[in-house]
Design a protein around this ligand. Structure first.
Ligand code: PEP
Ligand code: MG
Length: 757
């Protein structure tokens, strides 16, 4: 037996022979037996064996040339067990000159393999999943060449076609491979947008399957590949030429990377070579993709890894191009209860899916400040991010539950989970119907106090909520959101149109525009990031606005123009001292004078206020209050600075309760100071939207609350059932208590007094 192997027959001839066998007579088993013989001869190996995956994660020896024939259908091992099991578990090839010294080697006496020293095994893949393992072995100690590894991988692709095309393994077993694809699964991620959704899984990027690996006409395959590559390049160039690729769901960086790879002749040449060796264009794309994956596993540099992920995405697009399908799921044919699974998603794509009826979203990446999360919250689509492994674990059409409140996704949930979820859905629906009925009813307490309820907004899609919730106005318009969903700084004209539209929709209802609150965790791609040690206390919001006055002035100009002839309300974020507020106000005044000088229409009334987010500002109230038209408490930031506890850090975010006597008594003092000075005050942080917290705020003297649109119903219900004097008397006694939190006592008050929380 020759000790060296490899390349005695050209890959093209080998593939042709395999095709003849596969198309020839005989049972699938007989053809498989012939195939292992041909491969062994071609690779000059003494052994060639095929193991196929069966239900229960078991790999079974299905055919062999060289091992004892009696071992066929007898030798079985678990995924992860022995060398073959290791290859299946990792979906990676193993190339071992001395297989028996490998720690995973498991001796199986019935095979008689102890005389073979070297081993090369590759996974047999179908649609990215392992369905078997193909192995060659030699007596002598040797490392197989790179070409031999590639050649065996190509053969494994052909083999996958035979396994799927014949009934070697029951197709139901194949559908079940890759772990427990039929078992319920619970994956914890990060809750990015609250709510509950049930429905059928849809993959944003459909998995592709190579149906035919061996080319019938190599010339034709070459032409198909070339045409697909050209079309792919053109489609990427087209996307890059769009003025606003972020709106198409792509970041310019990713597109530039796509472009680089799509024009990379090396990438194309590899696929070309694979077609030359006798593969179809689809199989060639897959082969190069598998190689890319191998390289990816070895790379530790996160930036390069990311680029290789891009390359994998590009291969998917190319494959779909070959099939003449669109790169993403066809929105028209989406099931009405679709739950989308994606690695990442752009905000515009989400809007598109929303129009097609999307119910929920599961992302493998994503963060709460990702644009997609902000938009999803506005659309009330539950989203779970950082759900590692979710895409591989789900099959299209699987029943899925997304619990955006807890950050958990249930794939193929069991009856117990479903029962609890259905109950929850029913309760939610009943509650929503009740809130809709309250829409026209003013928020007046049992004792006759009118509480103003406003919504927080930031995107055009928020605007219909004004009518839908019956809110009194927009208490916080986060202007930065519009800046964040764009790849470049919006020009004054674009900003003006946008703010004007907001005012048109609001009509007589007040809108408080907050100037750009960026920095910290809200990054703008075009402003560059400076890695700050402590971003929450860093260069953000008004600090950026005052240091880069042209940015702030442009925005103020747009606001003044948009409100020409109307009333404009503007507030500044993160003001820490009166001098900052005065500087910001001066910029507004400068812009107003400039526009008047140009004969432009300016607002008939301008009201200027500040957020109270930094405690130091409260210590300057005597100087501040005469200068402001209103104040809004940003309790999200105020509490993190008040307690010195990062709101984004899970170890500290919940450490101190907003309902602590310390914060509540501080807020009562703030409310009283403002009342005495005749300055309207509101609360626009998240606490205003939680019924119990909102109740406490009313007890402290606040009569104006601004919250997420979805909170208006629950808070209004609480207001309608509240008796303020009883609460004030109770709360005043408690504020001197040394307790960590008054939450329990306030809950008891609500229960005893029939307040709906
Ligand atoms: C706040 O800090 O409470 C607030 C409303 O601002 P944001 O959450 O946008 O920082
Ligand atoms: Mg804030």
């Amino acid at each position: 037996m020759p000790a060296r192997g490899g390349g005695t027959t050209s890959p093209r001839i080998l593939l042709r022979r395999l095709r003849e066998v596969m198309a020839g007579a005989g049972s699938a088993q007989q053809r498989l037996d012939t195939i292992v013989r041909i491969i062994a001869a071609n690779m000059v190996a003494e052994v060639c064996s095929v193991y196929l995956l069966r239900a229960g994660e078991v790999l079974e020896l299905f055919a062999t040339e060289g091992l004892k024939p009696g071992a066929v259908h007898v030798t079985r091992m678990q995924v992860g067990e022995g060398l073959v099991g290791t290859i299946a578990a990792s979906a990676q090839p193993l190339n071992l000159p001395d297989a028996q010294s490998h720690p995973a080697f498991a001796y199986r006496p019935e095979t008689g393999e102890e005389i073979y020293q070297s081993l090369l095994g590759v996974p047999v893949l179908r649609g990215g999943k392992v369905i078997g393992v193909l192995v060659v072995q030699n007596r002598t100690r040797r490392r197989y060449t790179e070409e031999e590894v590639e050649s065996l991988e190509t053969v494994a692709m052909v083999l996958a076609e035979l396994v799927i095309g014949s009934n070697l393994v029951d197709p139901r077993e194949i559908a079940r491979v890759d772990g427990n694809a039929t078992l319920p699964l619970r994956i914890e991620g990060r809750a990015l947008s609250e709510g509950l959704a049930l429905g059928s899984a849809v993959l944003h990027e459909p998995r592709f399957e190579v149906k035919k690996a061996i080319a019938e006409d190599i010339g034709e395959e070459k032409r198909r590949l070339e045409a697909a590559v050209l079309a792919l390049r053109a489609s990427i160039d087209r996307l890059l030429a769009e003025p606003d690729p972020a709106i198409a769901g792509e970041s310019r960086d990713v597109l530039e990377a796509y472009k680089m790879f799509a024009h990379d002749t090396g990438w194309f040449a590899k696929m070309h070579l694979a077609v030359e060796s006798g593969l179809t264009a689809e199989a060639a794309v897959q082969k190069v993709q598998i190689e890319t994956r191998h390289r990816m596993q070895q790379i530790t540099d996160p930036y390069l890894r990311e680029r290789l992920v891009d390359l994998e995405d590009l291969a998917n697009r190319l494959y779909l191009q070959l099939l003449g399908k669109s790169a993403h799921v066809d929105r028209e044919s989406m099931p009405p209860d679709a739950i989308l699974f994606a690695r990442a998603l752009g905000p515009a794509d989400l809007l598109d899916y929303h129009r097609a009826g999307l119910q929920g979203l599961v992302l493998e990446e994503g963060s709460p400040t990702a644009h997609v999360a902000i938009v999803a919250r506005a659309l009330q689509i539950p989203v779970i991010g950082r759900c590692e492994g979710a895409i591989a674990a789900v099959e299209p059409g699987d029943y899925v539950v997304v619990n955006g409140d807890d950050g958990v996704v249930y794939i193929r949930p069991g009856e117990d989970v479903l029962r609890a979820v259905r109950q929850n859905v029913q309760l939610r629906a009943e509650r929503q119907a009740k809130y809709a009925q309250l829409r026209r009813q003013p928020a007046v307490t049992r004792c006759g106090e009118r509480i103003a309820l406003h919504i927080n907004a930031g995107l055009t899609i928020d605007l219909p909520q004004l009518d839908e919730t019956g809110a009194d106005g927009i208490g916080l318009f986060r202007t930065e959101l519009q800046f964040m969903v764009r790849p470049t700084l919006p020009r004054v004209g674009v900003q003006t149109d946008y703010y004007s539209r907001v005012l048109d929709v609001a009509g007589e209802r007040p809108v408080i525009f907050r100037t750009l609150d960026i920095g910290g965790d809200k990054a703008l791609p075009y402003l560059g990031s400076n890695d700050e040690e402590n971003p929450a206390m860093g260069w953000r919001a008004i600090r950026i606005g005052l240091d880069r006055p042209s940015l702030l002035r442009a925005q103020l100009r747009a606001l003044l123009l948009a409100a020409g002839g109307r009333r404009l309300m503007v507030m500044f974020p993160m003001i820490a001292e009166v001098a900052e507020y005065q500087k910001a106000r001066e910029l507004l005044e400068l812009e107003r004078q400039r526009l008047t000088g140009q004969g432009k229409a300016v607002p008939r009334e301008v009201r200027i206020g500040t957020m109270l987010e930094v405690p130091s500002l409260a210590w300057q109230f005597p100087a501040l209050l005469p200068l402001v038209d209103f104040i809004s408490v940003g309790s999200n930031d105020l509490s993190q600075y008040f307690f010195a506890a990062d709101r984004g850090n899970p170890l500290t975010a919940d450490r101190y309760d907003l309902l602590s006597p310390a914060l509540l008594s501080f807020l009562r003092w703030v409310a009283r100071q403002c009342e005495d000075a005749g300055v309207p005050i509101s609360v626009c942080g998240e606490m205003a939207g939680r019924p119990l917290e909102a109740m406490a705020l009313i007890g402290l003297g606040f009569r104006n609350l601004s919250m997420a649109a979805s909170a208006i119903g629950p808070v209004k219900e609480m207001v309608l059932s509240l008796d303020v004097p009883a609460l004030v008397a109770y709360l005043n006694r408690l504020l001197v208590a040394p307790d960590h939190s008054l939450r329990g006592r306030l809950l008891n008050f609500a229960k005893d007094h029939g307040v709906v929380i």
